[in-house]
Design a protein around this ligand. Structure first.
Ligand code: GLU
Length: 304
């Protein structure tokens, strides 16, 4: 497995030259497009290749974490009553709601507007406490107590995140944000800026693959039903408006982020963390998807 992983990474290195590194958040434009890494965690061992130790910001992959903790705090039905689970088929930051009534069932948790709404469902008496809970929860589900926010990226997002601000005020206007919008956005921006590496993402994937149970500890970290719910949402909408194509090519629950990361899992057996920052037009890592496609084909990983 180790050797094959290294070969797959080398075979996909050429794709790091396709697409572009995200630059709409100015700090992200500093990423080195030549970096590429993969980490695979299974119950019988861990395997890795390339720049798997490189830290990058989690970005949209954090939407999975918002959904996990919100479901745990409130139950799945409550979350579903507040945001829908239907794929929007639109870009992650789409804002074309202005002329229509904004309906809860139209705001999927894997696009920005839905994720901002879900973020507020995480129970806390203040937004500082919400951020603290989310950070600690992220440390828990990745098994990495050292995870921190990248302050340069956080400030860069806060300074330039006007579209997210617009989405959040649209939510507020429709009564879908109860508290202070700017404070909630601070939590959202800070959590998008948590620094992770491929190992952290693979561990998170493995937790979902293992039905919510920590592999080493045997501890039920998230309820089994929640793990199934999250994986279903990831399968239908985790890869932005490229989720259908991804399902046909790779066939695994996965979530991507514009930092170049992808967190994927094979239910029952495997967590996968990927990094390669050059993205396609939908915001997905091009070399990352290529690696997953090869891995899936060779190991017959597709869940379909
Ligand atoms: N922080 C990014 C934003 O809100 C996350 C987007 C993404 O990774 O898709 O624009």
């Amino acid at each position: 497995m180790q050797e094959r992983l290294e070969q797959i990474l080398e075979e996909c290195r050429k794709y790091t030259w396709e697409g572009e590194v995200a630059d709409y958040i100015p700090e992200l434009a500093k990423a080195n497009r030549e970096e590429i890494g993969i980490y695979v965690a299974t119950d019988h061992g861990e395997f890795f290749a390339g720049d798997w130790e490189k830290q990058f910001t989690i970005q949209s992959i954090v939407k999975t974490i918002f959904l996990m903790l919100a479901a745990q705090d409130n139950g799945i039905q409550y979350v579903k009553d507040h945001v829908g689970v239907e794929a929007t088929g639109k870009p992650f930051n789409a804002i074309d709601y202005a002329e229509h009534k904004l309906l809860r069932e139209h705001i999927n948790p894997m696009v920005n507007i839905g994720a901002i709404a879900v973020c507020e469902l995480v129970k806390a008496s203040s937004n500082d406490e919400r951020l603290e809970r989310l950070l600690n929860y992220t440390r828990d589900i990745t098994g990495n107590p050292k995870l921190e926010v990248d302050h340069a990226v956080y400030l860069s997002e806060k300074r330039t995140g006007h579209k997210n601000r617009a989405l959040a005020y649209l939510l507020k206007n429709s009564g879908m944000i109860v508290g202070d919008v700017e404070e909630l956005l601070d939590v959202y921006f800070a959590m998008c800026s948590v620094k992770v590496n491929c190992q952290d993402l693979a561990k998170m994937g493995m937790l979902l693959a293992n039905h919510g149970k920590g592999v080493k500890s045997g501890r039920q970290i998230i309820p089994k039903a929640d793990a199934r719910f999250i994986n279903a949402v990831l399968t239908t909408s985790g890869m932005y408006d490229g989720s259908g194509e991804f399902a046909t090519r790779v066939g695994l629950p996965a979530k991507s982020g514009v930092g170049g990361g992808i967190m994927a899992n094979k239910p029952g057996s495997m967590g996968i963390g990927i990094y390669s920052p050059a993205l396609d037009r939908k915001g997905n890592s091009i070399a990352g998807i290529k690696m997953l496609e090869k891995l899936s084909r060779e190991m017959d990983l597709s869940i379909f």
